[in-house]
Design a protein around this ligand. Structure first.
Ligand code: ZN
Length: 177
């Protein structure tokens, strides 16, 4: 920057002269008027700025649509009835929703207990079944026939055969095996 008549104004002072000439000192203003170089620079800058302004204007979409506030509708005589019934409907809907939620919670809790009992019963049943299977693995014959089967270590002696075929009161003399 310079205020002295001998040197030109720098870019900042040129811009300042365009924005507001009063920002320039008296000597700067005098120089600008007198110096063809500085006034040419100022003109160039002003022209560029003007061009940019024109471009900006050209690229801004036109503001065609007028913004109008919607007209206030004339009061409908039964409007309050509608509003009132809407309010009642909203209240009823709220009550129904709350009731549905409460019922669901209640039923879920109730069925939860029932389901728990059912599960316990099933588990008990499974346990019994498993015990039965184990018993069958050990001894596949029904209880009624188990007594008839000799123990593996049992000797096939007379007692055994007498057990299988009981002798009559005469000592089995009249029977044939
Ligand atoms: Zn100059």
């Amino acid at each position: 920057m310079s205020t002295d008549n001998g040197s030109h104004l720098d870019q900042g002072r040129i811009i300042a002269s365009i924005v507001d000439e009063r920002e320039l000192a008296v000597l700067e203003r005098e120089h600008l008027l007198a110096c063809p170089e500085c006034s040419a620079a100022r003109s160039r800058l002003a022209a560029r700025l003007e061009g940019m302004g024109r471009d900006a204007k050209r690229h801004t979409p036109p503001f065609r649509k007028r913004i109008v506030l919607p007209e206030e509708r004339p009061a409908w005589p039964l409007a309050w009835v509608t509003q009132w019934s809407m309010g009642v409907a909203a209240a009823v809907a709220t009550v129904l929703i709350v009731a549905a939620v409460l019922l669901k919670m209640w039923f879920t809790a109730g069925f939860g207990d029932i389901q728990g009992m059912e599960l316990a019963r099933e588990a008990e049943h499974d346990r019994a079944l498993l015990a039965e299977v184990r018993a069958l693995e050990e001894n596949p014959l029904p209880a009624a026939y188990q007594e008839m089967v000799p123990e593996p270590e049992l000797a096939l002696d007379d007692d055994f055969f007498e057990y299988i075929i009981p002798l009559d009161g005469d000592g089995g003399q009249n029977r044939t095996i």
